[in-house]
Write a protein that binds this ligand. Structure first.
Ligand code: HEM
Length: 452
């Protein structure tokens, strides 16, 4: 009897201990699982992609020669010859072969780049006025908790539509454009699979509106190619990049109340520094790759041969040469910025972003429109890839908001964000691995260039 009671007690204690241990492991998941899953994902991606690339900066090319090699005339190939291109083409389909970013140098590229420059050449006052109008329409009635990237998508969808067609964007078109852009960026971050039917719907819509584009499109392109060009450059890239960049700026402001206050009441120059520092810490490009079209001689003994894949690492370059590089400090841009390791729009000598002049102007205007209306606060994590889409509390500036309520909302936001991170990192691992595998299986880029 005594022995039986002893055995039952030991069994209960063991079960109790196991339950406590399990509870501790479960409760601590948000603090260690996401990082491990990210590391695993990187390993899986590298495994599938192979190790063909040369990281810059890296052992061969240091930070000091980063810009020189990026600007080298032989660092000119965009797609052909890199396994990595298959992945980008997959994420940017349909029509990745017509995306300006991925066209090889030549007449077709020149014609497309000219068309983009033409559509982006809007007088400053007009661009600012259009941004204000789109902000007023899309922010109307918004308050409370939002995801900043989602908040920004309709604004830039409307802006881009009017930039291309010179007429106000109908609601159905706005939803279609924002839905497509959201689909592209969600897949790029491995948070969801592509939805090709949604993407094809936008292509069909653009095909039907080609005659309404406010400037002539390259005449050598078929109507289908013209629609792909517009979809890739304007209705994917412009909408996605502007929404992502703005989500980063607004997250940075939401998490630095003193900077937010100064930006709200300060001059445009200060806001420019806030935007520059945000783009330094959270550059939109993780890696830009180039395939060398000729040899690049580094010194008498070292040459990068033709056909090499150079991977220019923006975050690494943007950290180098700054003291305490992880600290958000707009004051870094008080002095001359030319010598800083700061290339948010690429390098001038090698296909930089055609919106390098217009984008910061639009961002400044949109940010001011938001700061005029709301106080921003966020306790969610802010990382470069921003897979949480920027959870943020928008409180109308002049509405009396009990502090206790927003503190509780922020505490809840932090807790929920941590737990979402656990689930999201597992989703990213599974979907990311599938998409990388699928892209390597389809080899869109490799097949396109066979026989060309
Ligand atoms: C804040 C917003 C933006 C940022 C930070 C950004 C950043 C960049 C960067 C770094 C590159 C060069 C990548 C490389 O060297 O491979 C690039 C290229 C490009 N961007 Fe942007 N971009 C932004 C907005 C836009 C917008 C609004 C458009 C609209 C048309 C655009 C269209 C393009 C295109 C077409 C290219 C390829 C250029 C070429 O190869 O000729 N970007 N962007």
């Amino acid at each position: 009897m005594l022995i039986t009671t002893g055995l039952i007690a030991t069994g209960l204690i063991t079960t109790g201990l196991i339950t406590i241990a399990l509870a501790v492991v479960l409760a601590s998941l948000p603090w260690w699982l996401p990082d491990r899953v990210v590391a695993l994902r990187v390993r899986v991606f590298n495994r599938i992609n192979g190790d063909e690339d040369i990281p810059v900066p890296g052992d061969l090319v240091g930070v000091d020669r980063f810009k020189e090699v990026y600007s080298h005339p032989a660092a000119g190939g965009r797609s052909k010859g890199a396994a990595l291109s298959d992945l980008f083409w997959y994420w940017l389909s349909p029509g990745p072969e017509m995306h300006q970013e991925h066209l090889e140098a030549g007449e077709r590229y020149e014609a497309v780049a000219r068309a983009t420059r033409g559509l982006l050449a809007v007088p400053r006052a007009e661009a600012e006025e259009l941004t204000r109008r789109c902000a007023a329409r899309t922010l109307d009635g918004v308050q409370g908790e939002v995801r900043l990237r989602d908040l920004m998508m309709p604004l830039w969808a409307e802006f881009t539509y009017e930039l291309v067609f010179a007429e106000p964007c109908p609601r159905e078109a706005r939803d279609l454009i924002a839905g497509n852009a959201n689909d592209v960026v969600t897949a790029l971050k491995c948070c969801g699979l592509r939805h090709m039917e949604r993407r094809h719907r936008l292509t069909r819509y653009l095909l039907g509106r080609l005659s309404r584009v406010r400037l002539p499109l390259p005449a050598d392109l078929s109507p289908q190619e013209q629609a792909f060009y517009l979809q890739g450059t304007f209705f994917n890239t412009a909408v996605v990049q502007m929404s992502e960049a703005m989500a980063h700026v607004l997250m940075a402001l939401a998490q630095h109340p003193d900077v937010q206050e100064r930006a709200r009441h300060g001059d445009a120059r200060y806001l420019d520094h806030v935007i520059a520092e945000t783009m330094r810490l959270y550059p939109l490009f993780g890696i830009a790759h180039r395939i060398t079209t000729g040899a690049i001689e580094l010194d008498e003994r070292t040459t990068i041969p033709a056909g090499s894949v150079l991977c220019f690492n923006y975050p690494a370059f943007h950290r180098a040469g700054f003291t305490d590089p992880d600290r958000f400090d707009p004051g870094r841009f008080d002095g001359p910025a030319k010598e800083l390791n700061h290339i948010p729009f690429g390098v001038a000598a090698n296909r930089p972003c055609p919106a390098w002049r217009l984008a910061p102007m639009m961002m400044r205007t949109a940010t001011m429109e938001i700061l005029r209306r709301y106080a921003l606060a966020s306790s969610a994590s802010h990382t470069r890839s921003l897979p949480n889409r920027g959870p943020c509390l928008l409180t109308p500036l002049h509405a009396p908001e009990p502090t206790r309520r927003s503190s509780a909302a922020l505490a809840w936001m932090r807790l929920r964000d941590r737990w979402e991170d656990v689930w999201r990192s597992l989703v990213q691992l599974v979907l990311g691995t599938y998409m990388v595998w699928d892209a390597r299986r389809q080899r869109l880029c490799e097949h396109y260039f066979i026989d060309r």
